[in-house]
Design a protein around this ligand. Structure first.
Ligand code: ATP
Ligand code: LTN
Length: 338
């Protein structure tokens, strides 16, 4: 029997996360968990979007620390620098450069319609800066530099990816085949984990009430307490139904982390009260996060290893992205250096 060689090229995938705080259970379920699982089947690039985080005022020494912590958190969640390219955005100068070019192909009206811009400018009315406004053009550059097939994100980022696709159509329409068209990849379940205190709002690391979110480094007793206090409703039935936002959210978390369908979850808790259910959800979250917390404690002490990884990641990312940038510059008519 002749040996079969798989010569098929893997599809490419890219995503990023801002270093604005310890990642939440929402970030993990909606994004990072999928990133880890997809490493086996795709060529992946993941990065810390530090340039993006400058759109909100940051304390310099704190930011520097958070960038390294965010990088270590990605590795702790199972992103493997031997399998994927894992880098820090500001270490790869092509991002800012293509970001500028793409801004010139993005309309003011398009940027004005972005809900993240509207939300963040309402949250920080004293600092509605040009970077906050132009952010989606930089995000489009982050993506298009690597010509990925898919961009795995939570549902809140879909609008930005749609704008990226509009930019691709515009530029390819003028200059021919410049960029590959990327697709958002949004998980079937868990793409929008809600706040434990206000289950009509997305779980967010910048929520002022820490009981609304679980971070991936929370200790087990903290996690159990947050679930115990999670807002539900005045009924008693564990069932996924419109109007039961709190229970729907807890069922989603439990279903994703235990790999059980919503029907199975409903059956499992038939005749049991919310107290038992919340305890079970807390326990499955503790089980999922404990190895991450332990990995992180080890990684954050190993500065030499982290530096080695992000240096290698930046070199790999620079090499790939430079090719796309050179092509774009040529297509739009910039004179190559002598
Ligand atoms: P911030 O609170 O600072 O605005 P964030 O918690 O929304 O930040 P991001 O860095 O904007 O986090 O998001 C990183 C990734 O996590 C994105 O792909 C985003 O779609 C996803 N994500 C964020 N929050 C959730 C959530 N509650 N449920 C599912 N996915 C989420
Ligand atoms: N906008 C994203 C972070 C981000 C990103 C990207 C995600 C920046 N560049 C490129 C996917 C692809 C956020 O705020 N969550």
């Amino acid at each position: 029997m002749s040996e079969q060689v798989n010569t098929e090229k893997k599809k490419m995938l890219l995503s990023g996360i801002q270093p604005t705080g310890v990642f939440t259970l929402g970030n993990y379920i909606g994004a990072i968990r999928n990133w880890g699982q997809m490493q086996e089947d795709y060529d992946c690039a993941y990065f810390i979007a530090d340039l993006h985080s400058l759109t909100v005022r940051q304390e310099a020494s704190e930011l520097k620390k958070r960038i390294k912590e965010a990088y270590a958190l990605l590795l702790a969640c199972g992103i493997d620098p031997e399998k994927s390219i894992v880098f820090i955005q500001s270490h790869v100068p092509t991002h800012a450069e293509l970001g500028w070019i793409l801004q010139c192909y993005t309309q003011f009206g398009e940027l004005s319609r972005m809900t993240q811009f509207k939300d963040k400018s309402a949250q920080h009315p004293e600092n509605v800066n040009a970077g906050l406004f132009a952010y989606p053009a930089l995000m489009a550059a982050d993506i298009l530099l690597y010509q990925p097939d898919f961009v795995p994100v939570g549902v809140d980022q879909k609008q930005h990816i749609e704008l990226t696709r509009t930019i691709v159509n515009r530029i390819n329409g003028i200059y021919g085949d410049v960029f590959k068209m990327p697709e958002p990849y949004i998980g079937k379940s868990g793409a929008k984990i809600m706040s434990l205190q206000s289950p009509d709002k997305k779980m967010s690391k910048s929520d002022e009430n820490p009981n609304g979110y679980v971070t991936i480094l929370d200790e087990p007793n903290v996690i159990m307490n947050k679930f115990k206090r999670a807002v539900t409703d005045s009924e008693t039935e564990v069932v996924f139904r419109e109007g039961k936002d709190g229970i729907n959210n807890l069922m989603t978390i439990y279903s994703v982390l235990t790999n059980k369908s919503l029907e199975e979850v409903q059956k499992e808790f038939e005749g049991k009260g919310y107290g038992d259910f919340k305890k079970a959800v807390g326990e499955c979250v503790v089980d999922a996060l404990t190895p991450i917390r332990e990995n992180y404690a080890r990684l954050i002490k190993d500065n030499a290893y982290l530096e080695e990884c992000y240096k290698k990641g930046a070199e790999q990312a620079t090499r790939i992205s430079y090719r796309t940038l050179a092509k774009v510059k040529k297509k739009v008519g910039l004179l190559p250096p002598a």
